[in-house]
Design a protein around this ligand. Structure first.
Ligand code: NAD
Length: 349
């Protein structure tokens, strides 16, 4: 398994592999870049098919965190960790404690948060052995209600803010009343996004593989349910992917009737060229990692002294970042995803 010639290596500052024979812990911590501050990113637990798959995942994800935090104007770098194992079968308090000790050994260069396969409770166990964890304190959420570290409300608010900005830019409309939005995936983020959109007067089209979520959103928001593939071609102004990555690809882009793509899902573009393909079709793509930074902004404020109104105001700056991306994209006639990468690099390099 190569490291320095690995396709995802991209000048990572540090890659640490840990093995604790007593608990069976096998973990990799990747620190991509700390120019702007300590690397903050999720600790994922996943039943990887091979060590090589785990390495590829952690390298790709940690790099992504550098770009996301830089674009959100945070004094944070990018990092990620993975625990190799099935969260259902291999997760024990002893294994989590061992991970906590590994985080402590890495020093304050990397701070872990919850991710796929780990929970706030798991991170709390780790925190008994290290201070290098985030997102575990009870606090007042951005909506003024108590919350336990779940980043989804902050993420949904950021997506809502960015979606409004993109609508204003592409459709020249400074409100969402009557704007038709097709939401793919109504889980933690998607459902809250639907609520914000409904309250702003938007008309919703929704799809999800869980019929009970669809039924709930129909009842609560008057949303129109559509079948899986129909979500791309439904007559909507905005397509909001909030489920899976790689949904903007050769097969789906020609189907889109929306003029704006703005959603929470990570890595929406299947490949780099799909950025250009959207631009050529006249569809304004709001880069996913610019839009879904609400959660990391929330975690950052937890570290510097959480005041929910300041978190809210910081999340609203996603709008300024997007306006800058859209302005440069038009001026330079280059796709928005490419411009977002460039803007992030200007900030962290
Ligand atoms: P989630 O698992 O709670 O929700 C995803 C939803 O998508 C589920 O309801 C699921 O049933 C649905 N879904 C899965 N496959 C589908 C398909 N083929 N068609 C339609 N629906 C499908 O996840 P989440 O926390 O809401 O996150 C949504 C996306 O946003 C993910 O890509 C995630 O990586 C990204 N994201 C989330 C956060 C956060 O704070 N939760 C932050 C940044 C990015």
């Amino acid at each position: 398994m190569s490291i320095f010639s690995h396709p995802e290596y991209d000048q990572h500052e540090q890659i640490s592999c840990y093995h604790d024979p007593e608990t069976g812990l096998q973990a990799i911590i990747a620190v991509h870049n700390t120019n702007l501050g300590p690397a903050l990113g999720g600790c994922r637990m996943w039943h990887y098919a091979s060590d090589a798959d785990a390495l590829t995942d952690v390298l790709r994800l940690s790099r992504g965190m550098t770009y996301k935090s830089a674009l959100a104007n945070l004094e944070l770098g990018g990092g990620k960790s993975v625990i190799i194992g099935d969260p259902q079968r291999h997760k024990t308090p002893e294994l989590l404690a061992a991970m906590g000790r590994m985080l402590e050994r890495t020093g304050n260069r990397y701070i872990a948060a919850e991710d796929s396969g780990t929970s706030v409770a798991d991170l709390s166990v780790m925190s008994q052995h290290t201070t290098n964890v985030a997102g575990i304190t009870d606090r007042i959420g951005i909506d003024g209600a108590p919350c336990n570290g779940d980043p989804s409300p902050a993420t949904a608010y950021g997506v809502f803010t960015g979606l409004k900005t993109a609508v204003q830019h592409r459709l020249g409309c400074n409100h969402l009343d009557g704007i038709k939005v097709a939401v793919q995936g109504i889980g933690n983020v998607g459902y809250r996004l639907c609520e914000l959109l409904h309250n702003a007067g938007a008309q919703l089209y929704i799809t999800d593989i869980h019929p009970e979520r669809v039924a709930q959103a129909q009842a609560e928001f008057g949303a129109v349910a559509v079948d899986g593939q129909e979500i791309y071609s439904v007559d909507a102004d905005v397509f909001a992917p909030c489920a899976l990555g790689a949904v903007l690809n050769d097969a789906t882009i020609p189907l889109l009737s929306a003029k704006v793509v703005a959603g929470a899902a990570n890595n929406q573009l299947a490949g780099q060229r799909h950025d250009l393909m959207l631009q050529e079709r006249g569809i304004l793509y709001a880069p996913d990692y610019a839009l879904n930074a609400g959660g990391i902004i929330d975690l950052y404020h937890e570290r510097i002294g959480h005041e929910h109104m300041k978190v809210r105001a910081h999340i609203e700056t996603i709008s300024d970042t997007l306006n800058e991306i859209f302005r440069r994209s038009e001026q330079q006639k280059r796709p928005t995803g490419e411009i977002a990468d460039q803007l992030a690099e200007e900030r962290f390099r």
